[in-house]
Write a protein that binds this ligand. Structure first.
Ligand SMILES: [Zn+2]
Length: 329
């Protein structure tokens, strides 16, 4: 198997469809490193990471996109995030996108789940959507998709997590909330997470089309969308994970003049820092901070994503307090 940590966009000449393929290996392993989640949770996080990168890659500007699944099951929270960097004209280097992930699990409830669900990746075979049931792990809940652009307004879409898989929930989000017909395939095993997205673009975004082509009318595009969707459904999880991106696309769409962008590297990257952690401390009740300092002599904050540890002594807190005061005008 080749070493993949990349995302590539694809599109079809003069047709209102676009897509992307993502492959995560080292970045996926690093994102899970130190967490020791059950295999089925790792698989869900892998799917979430692949989906988040795919949903973010067509954004027009630099942005952080996150997918949060909250439920009342053994898995209370799944959160995956991608930091999408669009290429700048002046930059020679390829844009690099960062990913990170975290899960919160009720370990007692986790043990109540039948064994076959917990160990879906144990045999080192591809985990298909059927053998780790998303709903059994998450229970009743919802999915929130949040986009925070570097410049501009943050926005959030919410959809009920009531389908049998993350793929189905997200497809229904795109179809209903965004009115963007979308098909996602997501596949994971212990060492890899991969995904492919195929999307029908809204008319106003169908750049490159002549007015004539746009007015060809929906039936033509409807039929073609149907055809592309049917072709996509023939891709197996194993092929999605193992084949290089150009082979995946050739295998699926070689009769449809598909064009592939250059690959952008994907890396594990955590945005936590001492300063950001200090900002979080600022929001905690002063009395609470005082109590912890009295009892423990210091405040320890661990990053949930990367496990980095930040320590604040009473002197640090005093200094932070001062600098906070000074920045408030
Ligand atoms: Zn971190």
């Amino acid at each position: 198997m080749q070493n993949f940590d990349l995302i590539q966009r694809f599109y079809f000449a003069d047709k209102p469809f676009r897509g992307a393929v993502v492959k995560l290996q080292n970045s996926f392993i690093e994102a899970l490193n130190g967490h020791d989640y059950p295999a089925s949770v790792n698989a869900l996080l892998g799917e979430g990471l692949a989906a988040t990168a795919l949903m973010g890659i067509h954004l027009k500007h630099n942005a952080r996109i996150s997918l949060q699944a909250r439920g009342n099951g053994a898995v209370q929270l799944l959160m995956t995030e991608a930091n999408i960097q669009k290429s700048q004209m002046a930059e020679i280097e390829l844009p690099q996108h960062g990913i990170r992930a975290v899960a919160r699990i009720d370990s007692e409830a986790m043990q109540q789940i039948p064994f076959n669900l917990q160990s879906s990746a144990a045999e080192n075979t591809a985990t298909t959507h059927a053998n780790h049931n998303y709903l059994d792990l998450l229970g009743k809940g919802h999915l929130a998709i949040t986009v925070e652009p570097e410049e501009g307004e943050r926005y959030q879409g919410i959809v009920a997590a009531d389908e049998g898989s993350l793929k189905l929930c997200l497809e229904s989000y795109f179809n209903q909330s965004e009115q963007l017909p979308t098909i996602l395939l997501l596949a994971t095993n212990e060492v890899c997470a991969a995904g492919i997205l195929l999307q029908r673009m809204p008319h106003e975004d169908s750049y490159g089309l002549t007015p004539e082509q746009k007015s060809t009318g929906d039936p033509v595009w409807d039929n073609l969308w149907q055809e592309l969707s049917t072709l996509l459904a023939t891709l197996s999880d194993q092929e999605l994970m193992d084949l290089p991106v150009d082979e995946v696309l050739y295998r699926l769409f070689h009769e449809h003049q598909v064009k592939l962008s250059e690959p952008d590297p994907m890396v594990f990257e955590c945005s936590c820092s001492y300063q950001r952690t200090a900002e979080t401390l600022k929001k905690i009740n002063a009395l609470e901070i005082e109590t912890i300092l009295e009892e423990d002599g210091e405040i320890i904050m661990d990053c949930e994503f990367c496990s980095s540890r930040y320590r604040f002594s009473p002197q640090d807190i005093a200094q932070l307090g001062l600098s906070f005061e000074q920045t408030r005008h």
